[in-house]
Design a protein around this ligand. Structure first.
Ligand code: IMP
Ligand code: MG
Length: 182
């Protein structure tokens, strides 16, 4: 059997650190949304699905979840700069408090696009939570309310993040061996 772990060069963020930080983020979100009578978590697919499921279970306040399919990468490790909506929300966001849940902010293009798209639908408020951020790669500014970890400019996989659709199921954030990119 081919084992995905064999392609991993090293672990950048362990499962334990991810769990701890997700709990801290949930407590922060509870504080900052305490006055909201509703909250809609918008999971940005596919990368956000593992983080969303842990974050949602860590949140003690009432909330609902919905999913949006977005594609910004052509299949390699560099953003194409073009954001495509592959699947839209099932819920209306008009008049609702929404929180976008994203795996990683790299250039910022995906979130900038999503944010203005969703603001156009007139939510009551809009917040953004990202598990990872690569500040040194930012090309456009986006206001982010919650950041799990700031990481250096390295391509990472696991915990929802992929290379060519693989490695999303690894339970940590890791860096691939150079030969795995072939
Ligand atoms: P941005 O539009 O450049 O901010 O790119 C955001 C999207 O690119 C993320 O939602 C990811 O899907 C993908 N991405 C950026 N950096 C990485 C990485 O290091 N590993 C895997 N996917 C990444
Ligand atoms: Mg993503």
């Amino acid at each position: 059997m081919r084992c995905l772990e064999d392609d991993v060069d090293h672990i950048m963020i362990s499962t334990e650190r991810l769990q701890e930080r997700t709990l801290e983020l949930a407590r922060e979100i509870e504080k900052k949304t305490a006055d909201y009578d509703d909250l809609l978590l918008i999971c940005v697919l596919k990368g956000g699905y593992i983080f969303l499921s842990d974050l949602s279970r860590a949140l003690r306040r009432p909330h609902i979840v919905d999913f949006m399919g977005v594609s910004s990468y052509g299949g390699g490790t560099e953003s194409s700069g073009v954001v495509q909506i592959m699947m839209d929300l099932k819920q209306s966001v008009t008049g609702r408090h929404i929180l976008i849940v994203e795996d990683i902010i790299d250039s910022g293009r995906t979130l900038k696009y999503l944010r203005s798209l969703l603001l156009g639908r007139k939510p009551a408020s809009l917040q953004i939570c990202t598990l990872l951020s690569k500040p040194s790669r930012r090309e456009v500014e986006v206001p982010v309310d919650y950041i799990g970890f700031e990481i250096p400019d390295e391509f990472v996989i696991g915990y929802g993040l992929d290379f060519d659709q693989l490695y999303r199921n690894l339970p940590y954030i890791g860096v691939l061996k150079p030969e795995a990119f072939k």
